[in-house]
Design a protein around this ligand. Structure first.
Ligand code: NAD
Length: 501
């Protein structure tokens, strides 16, 4: 696979390429080299993208297609995108530093599979659900309609740019909405290309618009725009709070997928080989830059040292290397700012009494690299155990018994995902009931499945993405009541109009 030559990418608004004098630079995190430039949009470009989206919505070019017609177009788009999947992989990994193994399977493979799932949902979704006939105060038939909202704004992070954007664009389009995407500053390339593919394969121009730009300007304008009816956001909890505040001005519907500090609990009856590998997989995939990573390893106190030895021994086998090399296990972190932030978290933990038993360093080479890091001597009240590091850092926290494990797991402002490793399904299921998290994986990690809901308890989010009800969050609900009473005399209007004609 060859690297992308430095190329310039315009915005995509109303089915046209739109350039700007302002430009953003896309840097390969693995090398530190500039790989592309992108037109930077601001408030004015967001306004024109929303206007384009609104006019397509009002005209009904997409909204008035049948769900089957929309599903057909979405499947055509998936097929066309799959045909150039290698190109999408390259556009994704050159900007976010994913390894080729991971970008191929998780980033692009999942993104297109999940987009296709939303096409299927368009066909099976109950767009109109008759409710029971009402007989009081008069005979009538209510029918509950689900209708598209209008213009949906999608604001995405850099870690899984296409996947997490399509988790919003997929259900929004399946439901007949028009969309404006504000990708992350680091990673607009794959969704820009996807929008072009979509338009070349049947999506009417202006239904899907992409405005790269920064968060506080372009993102904030989208989140507060009066013609945007819903805002779907994935990113940090701090920005999620701001999105909620901005959306409140026009009382928009909001879906938030935010941060996490996932506990990964190994029980004393676990298959320890699987648990150790699973915990490392759960934490270090994509250098720990996954919202639902298991970053707190909860280990029985009396097995602590032996289990840590096992974790360290296995983690030493993780090979860092060029992201395009199929033998590379782990790549860089996203940028220099994040690299410094991760190292500060590690140093801060050491200052609070933690011990580094593996890693803890930047790699002295171009790009932004942090070695897989394991810390022991960590208590759950330390900053490293409470805040999202978003890097390759696993903290090991000992616990005394199952109740203690549950208490530590739940002692977090987050509640996105958790893992439990046990040889006893009954015991693990009982613990899963007590964990405050949107996903609990027993003897597994990173189990992202488009057929089940995904999202967070507590400050990890609001609402759910994926699953059979995913379209609910992209629709308005309208109850239509049809009178079956047969005439004036059967009605309760005498409550007001007691005098005869
Ligand atoms: P971020 O919150 O800094 O940025 C996310 C997006 O918000 C970007 O597009 C950014 O431009 C935009 N933004 C920033 N400030 C804004 C503002 N004031 N108004 C409107 N938009 C604004 O997050 P990040 O660092 O890019 O991504 C990492 C975070 O995302 C982590 O906290 C991670 O846990 C979270 N995340 C969550 C999930 C999930 O599904 N729960 C998935 C992936 C990542």
């Amino acid at each position: 696979m060859t690297s992308v030559a430095v190329k310039h990418y315009p915005m995509r608004i109303g089915g046209a390429d739109v350039d700007s004098e302002r430009r953003m630079t896309i840097v390969d995190p693995g090398t530190g080299e500039t790989v592309a430039t992108v037109a930077q949009g601001g408030s004015a470009e967001v306004d024109s993208a929303v206007a384009a989206a609104k006019s397509t919505f009002d005209a009904g070019v997409w909204r008035l297609k049948t769900p089957q017609e929309r599903a057909t177009v979405m499947r055509q788009i998936t097929a066309a995108a799959n045909a150039v999947a290698d190109e999408l992989v390259e556009l994704e990994m050159c900007a976010n530093g994913a390894t080729v193994r991971q970008a191929t399977g998780f980033h692009i493979g999942y993104a297109l599979t999940h987009f296709n799932y939303f096409a299927d949902l368009a066909e099976t979704y109950a767009w109109q659900r008759p409710a029971p006939i009402s007989s009081f105060p008069a005979l009538g038939q209510p029918v509950v309609h689900r209708e598209p909202i209008g213009v949906v704004g999608a604001i995405a992070p850099w870690n899984f740019p296409l996947l997490l954007t399509l988790w919003k664009v997929g259900p929004a389009l399946a439901a007949g909405n028009s969309v404006v995407v504000k990708p992350d500053e680091h990673t607009p390339l794959s969704i820009l290309e996807f929008a072009r593919i979509a338009e070349a394969n049947g999506l009417p121009p202006g239904v899907l618009n992409v405005v790269p730009g920064d968060g506080p300007e372009a993102g904030a304008r989208l989140a507060s725009h009066p013609d945007v009816g819903k805002i779907a956001f994935t990113g940090s909890t701090a920005v999620g709070r701001e999105i909620m505040r901005l959306a409140s001005g026009t009382v928009k519907q909001v879906t938030l997928e935010l941060g996490g500090k996932g506990p990964s609990i190994v029980l004393d009856d676990a298959d320890l080989d699987m648990a150790a590998d699973g915990m490392l997989y759960g934490c270090f995939v994509y250098s720990g830059q996954v919202c639902e990573s298991g970053t707190r390893a909860l280990v029985p106190a009396d097995r602590h040292d032996a289990f840590v030895d096992r974790l360290v021994r296995r983690a030493r086998t993780i090979q860092l290397g060029p992201t395009r090399d199929w033998d590379t296990d782990m790549g860089p972190v996203i940028d220099g700012r994040q690299q410094r932030r991760i190292l500060e978290y590690i140093q801060g933990a050491v200052a609070e009494g933690a011990q580094i038993v593996l890693g803890g360093e930047a790699l002295p080479q171009p790009g932004f690299w942090v070695s897989p890091t394991i810390l022991t001597g960590v208590h759950n009240d330390m900053r490293i155990a409470r805040e999202e590091v978003f890097g390759p850092v696993l903290v090991v926290i000992p616990y005394t018994d199952d109740d203690d494990a549950v208490a530590i797991a739940n002692d977090s402002e987050y509640g996105l995902a958790a893992s439990i490793w046990s040889g006893n399904n009954a015991r693990a299921l009982e613990l899963a009931e007590r964990i405050q998290a949107g996903s609990v994986w027993i003897n597994d990690a990173h189990q992202i499945n488009c057929q089940v809901p995904f999202g967070g308890y507590k400050q990890s989010g609001l609402g759910r993405e994926l699953g059979p009800d995913a379209l609910d969050a992209y629709t308005e609900v309208k109850t239509v009541h049809l009178d079956l009473s047969g005439g004036r005399d059967a009605k309760p209007y005498d409550i007001l109009l007691s005098h005869a004609y």
